[in-house]
Design a protein around this ligand. Sequence first.
Ligand SMILES: [Zn+2]
Ligand SMILES: [Zn+2]
Length: 238
Amino acid sequence: MEQAINTMGQTFEELLAGSVAAHGHLCPGQIVGVRMAMLGLRLLDFETPPTYPQLKQLIVFVEMDRCTGDAVAFVTNAKLGRRSLKFVDYGIMAATFINLKTDAAFRVISTEESRELAALYAPGEPDRRQQQSMAYKVMPDSVMFRVQEVKVDLTPFDLPGPTRHKATCVKCGQVVRDGREVIWEGQPYCRPCAQGGYFRRAIEVSWDNMNWSPQPQVQEMEPRTRAKDLRELSIRLS
Ligand SMILES: [Zn+2]
Ligand SMILES: [Zn+2]
């Protein structure tokens, strides 16, 4: 069900409180992230937080898996599971906010100067973390961030909505969704098989109490031996 339209938007303090609750603690990164998202949304002329229909027109790329990323996701309501949140592992304190309807896109980058200048904006605070938190609440956007207008080439495979394409890896049998397969000599492969993955030495295992389910069927069924099925399948495939 679609949420009621909130034409009021939320204040910085309200957004920060919500972000802190979702993230688990108050940290300088929460403040930077809330402000980064507020600026990105403002550049797109979106509400904070965005509501329908804007929420469906928004794609956000975050370039770091740190505190700031959580705050950006919270304020924008962008979600991995809805394909509106994209993670690119650059280790850069930046996020890009895209309006799918207009193709407008702004990359908002947290400046190093903002860290260096924290003492100037919160003088007399001995604790460094506390000082950053105080400073990031009063620092102007122009000191906190650089903004780039960018073009982001998205394909239909990147967009929300039903799975558009499935391929089956010819090496391991895994189904690969949304065009993420790698074609090699005319055959589809999953990325781990084609390029190597973040894991190695994958061995199928059985585990304790492997017939557990949250809601066991009332009717007594013949127990399934899934690990055995999988082993036989992998023998067939190899
Ligand atoms: Zn944090
Ligand atoms: Zn594979």
